[in-house]
Design a protein around this ligand. Sequence first.
Ligand code: F6R
Length: 353
Amino acid sequence: MERLDDRKYITKLDKAKMRMLIGGLPGQFSAAGKSFQEANLSLRGRYTSVVVAGMGGSAIGGDLACARLYSDFPAPISVVRGYEVPSFVTKNTLLIAVSYSGNTEETLSAFQDGKKRGARVVCIASGGSLMEMAKSESLPFLTVPEGLPPRCAIGALTTYILLSIGLAFQVPGYAAELEDVADVLKNMRSALELDSPLKENPAKKIAGNLVHKLPFVYSSCRMTDPVAKRWSTQINENAKSLCHYSNLPELDHNEIVGWGIPREVSYASHVLFLDPGNLSDKLKRRLKVTKEIVSQVAEAETLTAGGTGDLARLFSLIFLGDYVSFYLAMLNGVDPTPVERIDLLKTKLREGQ
Ligand code: F6R
């Protein structure tokens, strides 16, 4: 575990500087907010639904927007991870096609499908076919800075998605909320960074609890569902480890029964409950009781968000999780940046075309 305080070991293993990219998250909100203003998109129209199409690191911003807008937005919002958009998509749908590389086949296919159905499309990419098509067809387009692993552009992508939805539906105020997120994350950063030692650094401690374990990330409510997914995918991609995520209250009606078998898996698991910090009394009680039951066969701990607004709460947990996945990569002895299997898969699929 001492390796987490060893700057030489960490800088050597972190060849492509994932730690710097994670630490750069707070800066993405205002930079993307500024680029959004400069793009001066015209999205005027009468919309009855929103669809965000994307995969992996490009889709999660859509889930975060959905979580944020669930309780005060007038239209349904869906995130599509796949080749086709739902049949409700019409000319009154705002379709936001997001692919960091601009070349992800599922997203390109959903984009074409949505256009066929007459949807109003906004494209978000750093380059690739999506950018080319958006430009050649003069579609509203937002560009993300090149050269990042897509999952590291989460702040910029979420900003673009939220601001596009706000503009199309004429709901102001999301830009200010995003600024608040940046402030909360900036305040958290020094406690999570490399110079903060293991005994004081929450991210290093959690990574230490997860090493040689199967992490289970349990969301305590609808709001934290995409955060649990993000924790899990960051542990997959950065720490190159399996990770399972699930959500309350649903898991209390099925998954909770499964704890105990296989016995070895239960004892080798570590459960992280994500608490947004503003749970209703009902959900607080549910989290407590579920944790007590699960703790009979597995280690469990609760992580509570910082900040006051919904977006700040979500991103404070994401920021913590991104650092945890980084330190877990260090403990697993792997370079967090390359995702060789994703690259291999995409190459093989392209070769088959
Ligand atoms: C890689 C990553 C992946 C990609 C996904 C889709 O950092 O997070 O999940 O996001 O393979 O690719 P893009 O984002 O280029 O459409």
